[in-house]
Design a protein around this ligand. Sequence first.
Ligand code: GLY
Ligand code: MN
Ligand code: MN
Length: 443
Amino acid sequence: MTINISALAGLYGSHLDTIQARHDRALEKAGASHAVIFSGAPNRVFLDDYDYPFKTNPHYLGWLPLTNTPYSYVVYTPGKKPILVYFQPEDYWHKPPDAPSGYWVNFFDIRIVNNVEAALAHMPESRDKTVLIGDIDDDAQAFGIERINPTAAMNVLHYARSVKTEYEIECMRIATRRAIAGHKAAEQSFRRGASEYEIHMDYCRACSHTENELPYSNIIALNENGAVLHYQYQERNAPSESKSFLIDAGARYNGYAADITRTYANDDEFQALIDAVDKLQQKICNQVKAGMDYRALHLLAHRKIGDALTEAGITTGSTDSLIKNDVTSAFYPHGLGHLLGLQVHDVGGFMAGETGVTIDPPPGHPFLRLTRVLREDQVLTIEPGIYFIDMLLNNLRDAAGGKQINWDVVERLKPFGGIRIEDNVRVQANGAENLTRNAWAKT
Ligand code: GLY
Ligand code: MN
Ligand code: MN
């Protein structure tokens, strides 16, 4: 995959301007003068001498495309060139980070340190006017700064972060292309009857990711495993018959995530249901635009799922009654989607503003993670689904909704597990850019 680095480089300066402006505002709201952003520290495995995979603080990644530089700090004072305290230990057990290089270096006053204590010399002198942003679990990492992740500052940053800069969107486009290469390889593996484990390995190879570099653990589910929403295993043996395949798998670039789901089948009836979910998913994607309340889109998805269930002969009765009797919630028991960015479930999905006031999900929809009115350049997922989950369907057996379910059809489709179709879309003034479908069509 070729990446146009000079295009990214051209966008980075204005991205950094936006990040700095957000920190200016966060500092103002917190009544502080300096921000120190910690990249993070690896966590050690209990009773052993190696670390869990390192996950960088997303606030640090917003400043820099450095996904693997623990114990480093951005030190920012409004109006001044940001300082990067770059930790490059002298270590013969591990390979230290390379010397800083790339399109971002000229934007920083870079200070290389060889041990953690040496970072002290580069911290703002007035500690009481400084806020520290990061996951600190050792006082030694805070250098006497006591205001750690103050709510007033964090709310400003978290509310703002849903709106992506052009640079961020370009990173997400690259992550998307990478993920799609994996998805295409995974479909081929499914078609040749591979096991979940083999499909997973083929996916990782095609997007050139190690397991730890993925933005979340792949969901690679054959047959009835597709009914487990966050199915976490990879069976080593292929089933005797691979009837269906649900894959929810992403990729990253400079820390930015893609989060994509597709479902495939070797059966006409289940394929028709997949096609119906695909069609309704695209209709919902086409409703996305600035000013739209995401809660309304989620409720619209329930209507469309109700229509699709009846069209497929799985349910009977009006769509209103299917919703009222919790039938659509049993077949579609999760939210329509979430904000996406440096985290697969990016922060701020419930925020009504930068003061921290939140917006509840609609009654009866506790799993919806995005309740905001959409704004231009937010990136979010649209991921409706239909699943055959015994636990939820059985709850309806003796209820009014149970009488609306054709249980023989459910029995017939249960071995196929479930369906989810997930795209990543960028909100625009009068519509949306579907990052996933645009890239899929070009690869
Ligand atoms: N991959 C997790 C999700 O779609 O939310
Ligand atoms: Mn998702
Ligand atoms: Mn997903």
